[in-house]
Design a protein around this ligand. Structure first.
Ligand code: GLP
Length: 358
């Protein structure tokens, strides 16, 4: 591996303890905790008890089974992408009125290409769903080729049967950006909150555009883009100066309110930040670390993006052996585009349990 500095002693030290991390948050109920370590509350629970957590999101109460953060390592980017697309497709088939949180970036392009293929070849139906994107550049109207509205129209919306009126992004060209942020949060509440939030991760460790020093309770607001993010995304613009310096982004708190999160990262350049996000200490400097608080989050990686993880073998073992992973394994064993298993060789095929690991 070149150019990646991994296995910092801090990561190693914390990963050693990091079988599970949960944070005690108002409105959540966690029945067991083992201790306070390095100023952080480490809560472990026994897998066989799988306690329910009660989560209050924007006034909407719902219960879900608490799970570990799920880390799935696939052999290559194509396999990782395919798994993510199949998980989304299954959720959409099971819940046609799904509220889907969407992300942008190069990584997501292949996910959307796969979903479009499923729509065309297997009638994956988007007609009942609502979508909410994480972010938008300030100052770019939806017609601008670098706006995220344009990206979404181009890569997904215009290629499937979603009702464009049900696709939502912050309006980066709004006259009153503050009011626009509040409108977006209210719209999310009116739609019942996000059921499944798709996430990428930037080299700055951001979710959406939650740049370093993003409050872990933040809501949709404006953020100034960091130098790392500017360097990552500037090549997509005609000239470096053409890239806006600010963006509207869902807050970290907004993202944590999603009932389920699904993060995809591929490639060696993401390896170090992925390790810090999953195994490092929670910090507002790396907003993706906040996912350690989330009760139902899966991180899907290719081998390259997983190459700095301290506990990669542990995650592989869990994935291959634990019953709650069965449905994911079914996705990988091969299914046709309709999501029906295709009778893999050498693996017992059972009825897939719910994706929440139940
Ligand atoms: C942008 C988006 C993020 C996304 C990131 C990843 O910065 N605002 O939501 O996670 O891109 O980009 P890529 O997939 O190109 O690495």
């Amino acid at each position: 591996m070149t150019g990646v500095h991994c296995h910092s002693s801090a990561i190693k030290q914390r990963a050693h303890h990091a079988h599970q991390v949960f944070h005690s948050k108002p409105g959540w109920f966690n029945p067991q905790f083992r201790g306070l370590w390095s100023g952080r509350l480490w809560i472990t629970f026994q897998a066989e008890h799988r306690p329910f957590v009660i989560q209050e999101a924007n006034g909407i109460k719902h219960c879900s089974k608490a799970t570990y953060m799920e880390v799935v390592i696939r052999p290559n980017a194509e396999a990782a992408t395919d798994l993510v697309a199949r998980v989304i497709a299954r959720e959409l088939r099971d819940h046609p009125r799904l509220v889907l949180g969407l992300a942008t970036g190069r990584t997501m392009e292949s996910v959307y290409a796969r979903l479009v293929q499923m729509h065309r070849e297997a009638r994956l139906d988007f007609s009942g769903c609502h979508t909410f994107n994480l972010d938008e550049y300030v100052g770019l109207p939806g017609s601008h080729r670098n706006s995220y509205r344009h990206y979404m129209n181009h890569h997904l919306f215009l290629n499937v049967n979603v009702d464009l009126r049900n696709t939502h992004l912050p309006d980066g060209a709004a006259a009153d950006i503050e009011a626009e942020c509040q409108r977006y949060e209210k719209l999310l509440v009116r739609c019942g909150g996000i059921d499944l939030q798709l996430l990428g991760i930037g080299l700055a460790g951001h979710l959406g555009f939650n740049e370093p020093v993003s409050s872990l309770r933040s809501r949709t607001r404006i953020k100034v883009l960091s130098p790392v993010t500017r360097a990552q995304n500037e090549p997509l613009f005609a000239a470096p100066d053409a890239m806006p310096r600010r963006a509207i982004t869902m807050g970290v708190g907004t993202i944590l309110d999603a009932r389920r999160c699904l993060l995809l990262a591929t490639g060696e350049d993401k390896a170090e930040i992925v390790a810090r996000a999953i195994e490092g200490p929670v910090t507002s400097m790396i907003s993706a670390t906040a996912l350690q608080f989330h009760p139902h989050c899966a991180v899907v990686l290719d081998e390259a993006a997983a190459s700095c993880l301290q506990e990669a073998d542990y995650y592989r073992w869990i994935f291959e052996n634990e019953p709650q992973w069965e449905s994911y394994r079914n996705e990988l064993d091969g299914a046709d585009l309709d999501g029906h298993p295709v009778n893999p060789v050498g693996r017992k095929k059972e009825a897939a349990p719910a994706l929440d690991g139940g």
